[in-house]
Design a protein around this ligand. Structure first.
Ligand code: G1P
Ligand code: ZN
Length: 542
């Protein structure tokens, strides 16, 4: 029988673009998770008897959270709950399962690429029936409700055994512990030419995939090893751990260092890739070659016909504003629509639901398509393998030919992490304060065409999102962008993005930091970075 339990509201349960993210200890406060889940159920409507999908990236507190959610879902009237075995569901797999099973929605437990463990991070995110993250109207309603909540409902009962497949009953709700991998693996097999990839791998092509002790491990073993024949030795860190082995499960040049060292070392494999904590990000490398996520998106768009799932053509492409314009060049050349959205995956969902966009991506190692409503790490890895299998050229060669055809967008992002919040906000205000006098002047040897604080009007629903990042746009296509991160957990993170377009193929072999050096110096001076933050170097350079 469900019980109503009295509770006191918390005042900090506003979900960000990636859900509610806090330290584990914060989530372990009395009724903290219960309040959030009840606030969500209170603002949703029409789910009596419907299906809820639940799963997470396996981090510390995942299992406890799932047991609480199961009992609360039963008490609140859901009819069926699908949960991944072991409590595991990668974010893209959860999105797919919501869509495939016609679920009302789903709860994904993850703090993405942030560390896990008793002293690290946890998170919870609600996705709607389209498989995508809840829009702001819902997240704001949850927040409002959470400030007034007085009780939550929870069914009594034993914990559900999560480690074996099977069906259970709690009150009127059926719980199915499902294989977290099979549906997703089948979807991948329907999109990509597995025969060609198997053939490539059997022919001596070598790969290295690093799951970073996070959720993609079991997916990689099933898809890359069992279905495609990659050796077990080529799959690193494929057992998910509650603390991700103590690392940052973030596939970038800094945190995926072990993989990067192998790809830039002696006898490097032909292809290397990694995914993040919850499986939605990807990093792609060739032998001694790093592919920027912006170039990766452009390249997938230009080679989409290699993959059976995209052979009939793609409707359009979209990228987040700070992502380089490499994909714009492809869209222009191939006559596709191209959208520039604010940072965050939710803006792509509307465009995909409306059939305007097939492929989309962000510079932050996120790439995806309309097969789900989240970015998808392994999907990008498989797309690359499919292209490599079709073209039989090296990663470096494919990218260089791409640049020769479309031009090269030199690109880099500098992150200053853990900056005191007041300092970061003052720095942004200081930059924006100079915009009026900056237009038309010369900076970094170029003319400033315009500068603004990016604002976006959704072409599907007409909603506007303003103050999405400070842009300095030059008349030769170069850009400097300043943004404050919306996902950090300690202080503020200042992100500065640099881009310069180089059409001349004789000038495509520069190192990105050198090619962008004048923009980097100009940004540092304009923002008074050193004197304001006390930092002389970024924390992370990508
Ligand atoms: C970061 C990335 C952004 C991504 C988000 C969620 O957000 O920059 O592209 O959508 O994580 O994965 P930020 O910290 O910059 O707000
Ligand atoms: Zn993630």
């Amino acid at each position: 029988m469900p019980h109503a339990h009295p509770t006191q509201p918390y005042d900090d349960q506003r979900p960000g673009t990636s859900g509610l993210r806090k330290k584990v200890k914060h989530f372990q406060q009395k009724n903290y998770l219960h309040n959030f889940v009840q606030s969500l159920f209170d603002v949703l409507d029409g789910y009596a008897g419907a299906t809820l999908v639940v799963g997470g990236d396996g981090r510390y507190f995942n299992r406890e959270a799932i047991q609480i959610i199961i009992k609360m879902a039963a008490a609140n009237g859901f009819g069926r709950l699908l949960v991944g075995k072991g409590g595991i569901l990668s974010t893209p797999a959860a999105s797919h399962i919501i869509r495939k099973h016609g679920a009302f929605g789903g709860l994904i437990l993850s703090a993405s690429h942030n560390p896990g463990g008793p002293d690290a991070d946890f998170g919870i995110k609600y996705n709607c029936g389209n498989g995508g993250p809840a829009p702001e109207a819902i997240t704001e309603a949850i927040f409002a409700r959470s400030q007034a909540i007085t009780s939550y409902a929870m069914a009594e009962g034993e914990d559900i055994p999560l480690d074996t497949l099977g069906s259970h009953q709690l009150g009127a709700m059926t719980i199915e512990v499902i294989d977290p991998v099979a549906d997703y693996a089948d979807l991948m097999e329907s999109l990509f030419d597995f025969d060609a990839i198997r053939d490539l791998l059997a022919g001596g092509f070598t790969l290295l995939f690093d799951a970073m002790h996070a959720v993609t491990g079991p997916y990689a073993v099933e898809i890359l090893h069992r279905r495609l024949g990659a050796t077990k030795e080529s799959l690193l860190n494929c057992t998910p751990k509650e603390d991700f082995g103590g690392g940052h499960p973030d596939p970038n040049l800094t945190y995926a260092k072990a993989l990067v060292d192998r790809m830039f070392g002696d006898r490097a494999p032909d292809f290397g890739a990694a995914s993040d904590g919850d499986g939605d990000r990807n990093m792609v490398l060739g032998n001694h070659f790093f592919v920027t996520p912006s170039d990766s998106l452009a390249l997938l768009a230009a080679n989409a016909e290699c993959a059976p799932g995209y052979r009939d053509g793609i409707a359009g492409v979209a990228r987040s504003m700070p992502t380089s314009g490499a994909v714009d060049q492809v869209a222009k050349a191939l006559g596709m629509e191209c959208f520039e959205t604010p940072t965050g995956w939710k803006f792509f969902g509307n465009l995909m639901d409306a059939g305007r966009v097939t492929l989309c991506g962000e510079e932050s190692f996120g790439t995806g398509s309309n097969h789900v409503r989240e970015k998808d790490g392994l999907w990008a890895v498989l797309f690359w393998l499919n292209i490599l299998a079709a073209r039989r050229q090296s990663v470096a060669e494919i990218v260089r030919r791409h640049w020769a055809r479309f031009g090269r967008n030199y690109y880099s992002r500098h992150d200053y992490e853990g900056v005191e919040s007041g300092v970061a906000h003052d720095l942004m205000a200081h930059i924006e304060g100079q915009f009026a006098t900056l237009r038309g002047t010369t900076l970094a040897g170029r003319t400033v065409r315009t500068c603004d604080n990016f604002s976006y009007t959704d072409p599907v629903d007409g909603s506007t999102s303003s103050k999405q990042g400070l842009r300095i746009l030059f008349d030769d296509g170069a850009r400097i962008i300043f943004r404050l991160s919306g996902t950090g957990t300690v202080g503020a993170t200042i992100r500065i993005y640099f881009e310069a377009f180089e059409p001349d193929k004789n000038r495509h072999n520069l190192d990105a930091q050198s090619a962008l050096a004048d923009l980097i110096a100009a940004a540092s001076e304009l923002a008074e970075l050193r004197s304001r933050t006390g930092r002389s170097q970024p924390t992370v350079i990508t």
